[in-house]
Write a protein that binds this ligand. Structure first.
Ligand code: FAD
Length: 248
């Protein structure tokens, strides 16, 4: 069976992000990009599934040439081949998901793993949208996954417990921390990755329905106020919490 895993190339969370001169995109200069951490979990689950039932895993990423770094990391972890859908223009999640769905269909993949969220734009929706465009079943934010014959059993964390879901192939699964422990790329894997192919093609274009009009940095924290050091400060504290902070 063909298994696909969709991966995003995102700024390292330790990077100090600056807003670009246009006020609506990030300034990419000096930004270190990495494979999205949730997508490492998706790759691990795809590889574990292949090791159990056989088949082939393809990693698909939409973006510019720099996304090849994350595809190479996936190949070094053990993914069989990669596809770069080339586009460096802004895409909303719908346009992204439509292009991914088209490629997944062309690949004939019946099982598709996504991370639950890309840690840059945080929409947490691409997997679910792609499932809808493909007409596949979908379980999101999975912390457990098994596939027996055609039947998938997946677990999701909910408030105070776990939910156990069953569905059938074809399906999209979005992965959450706790599902597995992603493997490190071994030296053998890194060497083997050099012989694996990354197919490059222009990403299919679709209309965007959402446009980013501005990006803003969070306001800096205000200095704290010291109202006093004994009980006499309490009335003023209560007044400020009510009238200024409006939290009581
Ligand atoms: C070329 C490009 C330029 C963009 N420029 C901007 C911009 O300037 N400003 C802005 O706010 N947003 C921008 N975006 C982000 C866009 O608005 C969407 O938010 C984004 O495409 C999907 O949302 P997300 O990254 O939050 O993914 P989520 O929905 O949070 O991601 C969930 C999962 O979807 C998969 N996934 C996500 N992205 C990709 C990908 N590119 N390829 C393959 N799989 C993926 C991964 O498995 C990921 O874990 C850009 C996107 C692209 C592709």
């Amino acid at each position: 069976m063909k298994i696909a895993v969709c991966i995003s190339h995102v700024p390292d969370t330790a990077t100090n992000i600056k807003i670009g001169e246009d006020g609506k995109t990030i300034d990419k200069s000096g930004v270190t990009y990495v494979l999205n951490p949730y997508d490492e979990i998706a790759i691990e689950e795809a590889l574990k599934t292949k090791e159990k039932i056989g088949g082939e895993v393809v990693a698909i990423s939409l973006g510019d040439d720099s996304n090849k770094e994350s595809i190479k990391k996936a190949l070094a972890m053990g993914v069989d081949s990669g596809v770069l859908l080339k586009d460096s223009n802004y895409r909303d999640s719908v346009s992204l998901a439509k292009a991914l769905a088209e490629e997944i269909k062309a690949q004939g993949a019946e099982l598709v793993f996504f991370g639950k969220q890309a840690v840059d734009y945080d929409n947490s929706i691409t997997g679910q949208l792609t499932a809808e465009f493909l007409g596949y079943n979908c379980v999101s934010v999975a912390v457990g996954f098994t596939l027996e014959d055609n039947k998938i059993t997946a677990e999701r964390e909910i408030e105070g417990g776990k939910e156990v879901m069953e569905t059938t192939l074809p399906a999209v699964i979005t992965t959450q921390k706790g599902l597995n422990e992603p493997r490190y790329a071994s030296l053998k894997g890194i060497m083997a990755a050099k012989r694996k192919t990354i197919e490059e093609k222009d990403a299919a274009t679709f209309d965007n329905f959402v446009e980013v009009v501005a990006m803003k940095r969070p306001q800096g924290k205000q200095a704290g106020k010291i109202l006093g050091s004994d009980a006499s400060a309490v009335p003023e504290l209560v007044r400020l919490l009510k009238e200024e902070a409006k939290v009581i």
